[in-house]
Design a protein around this ligand. Structure first.
Ligand code: ATP
Ligand code: MG
Length: 374
């Protein structure tokens, strides 16, 4: 905003960010498997060009299904899907020329070398042999697979395959890149490399839509986040907007298993019915809209019934809290996370500077039961 004494700027012709035509536009998309698995239930979303959009949701939420619809691999029952100006349902071939996809399960040929895999995909995109080889070397270097490029993929580790799959999808220089859980099963170092790669991609003008179960990943990478649960988008916004929905702070109380029920009652009385619990069930969280006042009310409540919590902490809302509040689920149990996220406000002895961010282990084994049909 200009200050009152600066002259008003000339009217701008450039549209403000967020008002350009979305590069991914989904309207009323539904997909049912069999009789009653409603994987997508009237999903609508817009992705502005040049951003990273993170689709966040628990197992079975519908993330892969939506990616498959966007990437022309699956036809929804109804709705409209547009990617890079192309009507995906009417012109899948046209859409394919503009998109790249790295699926949840690496689709690479074991019998070819890494480089041959990438060159092959480049040729499928219609590149000349020479251009395909040039770009293959380029992406293999970016994804740090140059040393292994001449080895057969059969000898690659799981993480290397996923990186190769990503390299292959980059070779066509897509306008829009779909990444389905790009860092699941990838070691922390490679994960950071991949994050940098995604950031580079966006800088060179590619729009990225990625799914993830790692809140830290969404927090770090995504300009906007859509939370999906049970086939529906349940919330949408920037990471900060989502955190703000919980108010200024979250009260987290850890209790003995026998005390969970009574503690839920106390906390429920203070915060309404919004008590979320972590997977283990003994760590309860409620929005602490009044900060320390909420904390003290809880402490008094526990005192009154002679219940002593194992740990009490007040922290800034993390995406993890948002996720819990919205989906009643958490991506995976995380050890020691409360200590990392706690600020110095609470009674937590280990309190330190807040990371403001949930951390999750990078190694969720990929579920094997839902491999998409080729
Ligand atoms: N081909 C299929 N046939 C039957 N059901 C399916 C099929 N694909 C997905 N589903 C079901 O649709 C729902 C959404 O699945 P989807 O794979 O989209 O979830 P997801 O959000 O990607 O989960 P995850 O985090 O585990 O990868 C699940 O209930 C799943 O079992
Ligand atoms: Mg999936």
């Amino acid at each position: 905003m200009p200050s009152p004494d600066t002259p008003a700027p000339a009217p701008e012709r450039v549209e403000p960010p967020g008002t350009e035509r979305p590069i991914v536009r989904v309207r009323g998309v539904s997909k049912t498997f069999g009789k009653d698995v409603r994987a997508l239930d009237d999903v609508s979303l817009d992705v502005a060009p040049g951003i990273v959009y993170g689709l966040l949701g628990p197992n079975g939420a519908g993330k892969t299904t939506l990616i498959r619809v966007l990437a022309t691999l699956l036809r929804p029952e109804g709705g409209d899907v547009e990617v890079a100006g192309v009507d995906v349902l009417a012109d899948p071939t046209g859409a394919r020329a503009r998109i790249g996809l790295a699926g949840q399960f690496a689709a690479v040929d074991e019998y070819l070398t890494g480089r041959e895999n990438v060159v092959m995909v480049g040729r499928l995109y219609g590149l000349s042999g020479r251009e395909a080889r040039r770009r293959a070397d380029d992406v293999l270097e970016r994804i740090k697979l140059t040393d292994a490029a001449t080895r057969r993929v059969g000898t690659y580790s799981g993480g290397m395959r996923r990186r190769l799959d990503l390299a292959a999808s980059l070779v066509g220089r897509p306008q829009v890149m779909f990444l389905d859980e790009p860092t699941t099963g990838i070691d922390p170092r490679s994960r950071l490399d991949l994050w940098e790669l995604v950031e580079d991609l966006v800088e060179t003008g590619t729009t990225v839509l990625l799914t993830t179960q790692y809140l830290e990943e969404a927090d770090r990478l995504a300009d906007r986040i859509g939370v999906i649960d049970d086939g529906r988008i349940v919330s949408e916004g920037t990471a900060d907007e989502l955190k703000d929905t919980l108010g200024g702070a979250v009260l987290e109380v850890t209790v003995a298993p026998d005390d969970v029920a009574r503690s839920r009652e106390i906390l429920g009385g203070i915060a309404g019915d919004e008590v979320a619990s972590a997977a283990a069930g003994t760590r309860l969280r409620v929005p602490a809209r009044d900060g320390v006042v909420t904390l003290m009310a809880a402490t008094r409540g526990f005192d009154a019934i002679g219940l002593q919590p194992l740990d009490v902490a007040l922290h800034k809302p993390t995406l993890d809290d948002v996720f819990l509040a919205l989906t009643g689920d958490r991506p995976e149990p995380v050890e020691g996370e409360a200590a990392e996220a706690a600020t110095g406000v609470g009674l937590d002895a280990t309190s330190g500077p807040s990371t403001g961010m949930a951390t999750t282990s990078p190694t969720t084994p990929a579920s094997s039961g839902d491999r998409p049909a080729a």
